[in-house]
Design a protein around this ligand. Structure first.
Ligand code: PLP
Length: 387
């Protein structure tokens, strides 16, 4: 039989970061000592209280279906976290828990977009944003950032009668940019004025450097509760990527509609994993500050080394340097894809080409690995590029 694949799915591309992850794993399995500067997850195990609570939940047979929007105790703990950490006042009916923020975003786009509706996506962007929008029949409209920061005038100019939402992500993947409160407030007011949703992906909220703090746009004006959707996850802050738990805060009517979709898609998130998430929110939070300190030190090692070889704006958050590598392109390497492939094959260092994020001429170089690996990785890159 001829395999038929829907046009909808033909139109999306495999996540390039997930694909690269597979290639790197295969190289490692063949005995190659790869430095994994491609990683998009913390290299730490989940803190012990999370593991213990998850094991206990399994021992107690918390293995059945559970509430569609997430366990009530988990959503209650999320409300406390939102109030204390983010300054967001919400109620239970504003929260939906899903299988990672990937699924939150997928559910959201399916729920708010009709064919041809537009979502403004700041470029460089995280790989999943455009594909999730396209899967819902929507159109991603890319707006360039300036020195990795949003430009209000450019965003405003891109809003049309078809715009349904503006999507922001701070701290940013892939650039590491942290948006200041005044920028967020201005974007929030613009979205309110234009009557469009503001979607704020805050996956890296813990990781803000040099004493700066991540700011949740929803906390900046009570009026933003009307149109702002905050998307958060347990993946990065609590090192729980494999647990697949993310959540959203949104107007109750929207949560109800998304909940209907969610009830047919997967229903609840893995029940015993949710007990791990409750422990993450209620455990001593020193685990988080300890991890932030380690990432701050890694940044101080990685960024100067990166800047010696390339041109790189200092990351304000997340765990990525996103240098411009154009000075190496041309005769020797056709583009960032060729450069990244060369670094993988010759230096055994995995990086992600900027093209994956809509920014050719760049590389995403993660510093989610030990300081020794960071030094070794940059030494290998230097050796291959400069001899
Ligand atoms: C910006 C951003 N949002 C969301 C996610 C997905 O996180 P989750 O594990 O919650 O699906 C990632 C993962 O890399 C990310 O970089």
């Amino acid at each position: 039989m001829t395999l038929t694949i829907s046009q909808r799915v033909q139109a999306i591309e495999e996540s390039s970061t997930v694909k690269l992850f597979g290639q790197v794993e295969a190289l490692k399995a063949s005995g190659k000592q790869i430095i994994t500067f491609n990683l998009g997850e913390p290299d730490f195990d989940p803190p012990a209280p999370i593991m213990n609570a998850t094991r206990k939940a399994l021992d107690e047979n918390q293995t059945k279906y559970s509430a569609n929007p997430g366990l009530k105790t988990l959503r209650e703990a999320i409300l406390v976290k939102l109030k204390n950490d983010n300054g967001i006042d919400a109620k239970l009916e504003n929260i939906l828990v899903a299988n990672g923020s990937k699924q939150i975003l997928y559910n959201l786009f399916q729920t708010i977009l009709d064919p041809g509706d537009e979502v403004i996506v700041l470029r460089p962007y995280w790989v999943t944003f455009p594909e999730g929008i396209k899967l819902a029949g929507g159109v991603p409209v890319f707006v360039d950032t300036v020195e990795h920061q949003p430009d209000l005038a450019l965003i405003e100019a891109a809003i049309t009668p078809k715009t349904k939402a503006v999507l922001i992500n701070s701290p940013n993947n892939p650039t590491g940019a942290l948006y200041p409160a005044e920028t967020l407030r201005a974007i929030g007011h613009l979205c309110l004025e234009k009557g469009v949703y503001l979607i704020s992906d805050e996956a890296y909220e813990l990781l803000a450097f040099d004493g700066a703090k991540h700011v949740s746009v929803a906390s900046l004006d009570p009026a933003f509760a009307e149109n702002t959707i905050t998307v958060q996850t347990f993946s990065k802050s609590y090192c729980m990527t494999g647990f697949r738990i993310g959540f959203m805060v949104a107007p109750a009517g929207l949560i109800k509609a998304i909940g209907n979709l969610h009830s047919h898609l997967t229903g609840n998130v893995c029940t015993f994993a949710q007990y791990g998430a409750i422990a993450a929110l209620t455990m001593d939070q020193h685990y988080l500050t300890d991890m932030l300190e380690i990432f701050q030190r890694r940044l101080e090692v990685a960024w100067p080394l990166c800047n010696e070889l390339f041109e790189c704006v200092k990351p304000g958050g997340a765990f990525y340097c996103f240098p411009n590598v154009e000075k190496y392109l041309g005769d020797r390497f056709a583009d960032d894809n060729a450069l990244a492939a060369h670094l993988l094959n010759e230096a055994l260092v995995a990086t992600v080409p900027g093209s994956a994020f809509g920014a050719p001429g760049h590389l995403r170089i993660s510093f989610s690995c030990s300081e020794d690996d960071i030094r070794e990785g940059y030494a290998r890159i230097r050796q291959v590029l400069l001899g």
